[in-house]
Each structure stands twice: as C-alpha cells, then as structure tokens.
Design a protein around this ligand. Sequence first.
Ligand SMILES: C[S@@+](CC[C@H](N)C(=O)[O-])C[C@H]1O[C@@H](n2cnc3c(N)ncnc32)[C@H](O)[C@@H]1O
Length: 295
Amino acid sequence: MKLIDCVERTAERLESAGVAFGHGTTNAFDEAAWLVLWRLGLPLDALDENAGRGLDASELAAVQALVDERIASRRPAAYLTGEAWLQGVPFDADERAIVPRSLIAEPLVDGTLEALLGREPHQVLDLCTGNGSLAVLAALAWPECRVLGTDLSAEALALAQGNLTRHALADRARLRRGDGLAALRADERFDLVLCNPPYVNAESMSSLPPEFRAEPALALAGGEDGMSFVRPLLAGIAAYLRPEAALVLEIGHERAHFDAAFPGLEPLWLATSAGDDQVLVLTREQLTSGEARSR
Ligand SMILES: C[S@@+](CC[C@H](N)C(=O)[O-])C[C@H]1O[C@@H](n2cnc3c(N)ncnc32)[C@H](O)[C@@H]1O
C-alpha cells in the first residue's frame, strides 16, 4: 500500500470512530498524516515527497497499532507520540501538561505583539506556562529577553524544564512554581505578560470530549463562568507591569463571560486563526483604571 493511501484509510477510520481533534490538528486527514509519518519515522512535513512510497506489512501493522491505540484510548496524538509542534517549533508533550496550542503563539511569532509594544520586551512573564511552549517561543522571538514561566503544577514545570533545555534556553528562561500572582516577587516588573490560563466554564467542562479529559483538569477548569483565574489576575497584575507594558490573555470561547465579568473594560482583541475574540490585550493603564475589577 502507498503511504498516501494509508493516510486516507487512517483518516476514514478516525472519522468513523468519531475521535475529537483540536490538539495540533483540526481534521482527520492532518491527524492521520501526523500518526502515519511519525510511526514511520518520517519528518511530519514530508507528506508530499513520501506520498508514493510503498509500506511493507510490518510498517502497516505498526501504523495500525498506533491508530488502534488513538481510537481506543482517545488520548491526543501528541501524548502518543510524545511531541507537539507549535508555530513550527517542537515540544516534548505528555500528560503532565496540556498539549500546547495557545493562540497567543500566533501574534507572538508573526510580530504583532512587538509592533503593539513598539519595541522588543526585555522581561517577559509566561503566567500558567504549562509545558513552557509560550516561554520558549518568546525567548526564541526576542534573543535579548529574559523569560519567567510560572505554574501551579510541579509536574507541568518538570516538563517545561525539559523543553527549555531542549531549546538551549535554560540560561535566559527560568521557571517558578506558584499560585497565580503569588508566584511573583514584589519587586519584579515585566514588559510583557502572556497568559493562557484555565478558562473553560463549568458547563463546558462537563461535556468535554475524552481527548480533552485526558489533559490535566487544573489546566482547563476556570470555575462556574471560566473567569475564576482571570478575576484576581486582572485585579492584581498591574503592580508587576512596567509603565508601557501589556497583558496578553487568551480566553477561548468565553467572550460572553469575560464581557459580563468586566463590562467597563475595552480590550484590544487580536485576530487569530480561531477567531477575533479569543485573545485580548490590556495595557497597564487599562488595568489600573478600576474597570479591571470584576462584577
Ligand atoms: C491552559 S493551560 C496553558 C499552558 C500553556 N501556557 C499553554 O498554552 O500550552 C493553563 C495552565 O495553568 C496552570 N494553572 C492552573 N491554575 C493555576 C494557578 N492557580 N496558578 C498558576 N498556574 C495555574 C495549569 O497547571 C496549566 O499548566
């Protein structure tokens, strides 16, 4: 069987099994290509050049076993392969942290955040760093900057440390365990704060597909309206921002809950591949205006 036929057959199997996507791919074909190429030890961006390559019986059996596991376990592909890619950068991935997919990576890598700041940031905070993907992307984007990644989960931080080492960034990027803003020292100040917090509201949490339930609940659950982490964040983060600094916050599909919690705030909403109301920017001025205190 040719590799492309194997990918198409795998995509049909994934589709008919009803697996959920959203952990690095958005459709059955891309997920199938990922699984097949990875199982065969081929580069994940090398589908076209290998499309006509023939697979022998043992290769087919190996692919079949991996796809069987994906369907039976419903674990995201990144947990099965141990690796996820974000903006072309590879990261170690496993159950200690969610599969990296933050939309904040888009404006970070395409230059939007630097244009908004008007300069390269020197001190960046990645609050809720998970496996460290945004901390790594920030450090790669701004070679002079120092990055602090914080998280409540010691397991996630252990995974993040591996990713900093993998990208030779351990000298410029540090990690610290702590609960929200309590992780920060009183005299610390940042030019840019990135935060992809737990923001899934309670109703959505109760109906998550199994692939998302395979991820740490601590990383997803944002309380009744998804804003449990965001409220104290917006009330307190200004104290840690330099005068021209900004907070970049991902809230996913919780725009309605955000607007209800902070009716007076008028953030700048950034366009992303998932929509124009999932990532927002707040300046220090906005955060000190009083409107950042929630209802
Ligand atoms: C949505 S994940 C984001 C991870 C990573 N930044 C990314 O984009 O892939 C949220 C992270 O927040 C962490 N977290 C949850 N509650 C926290 C808290 N109270 N203080 C600090 N981190 C927390 C979780 O452990 C998880 O790693």
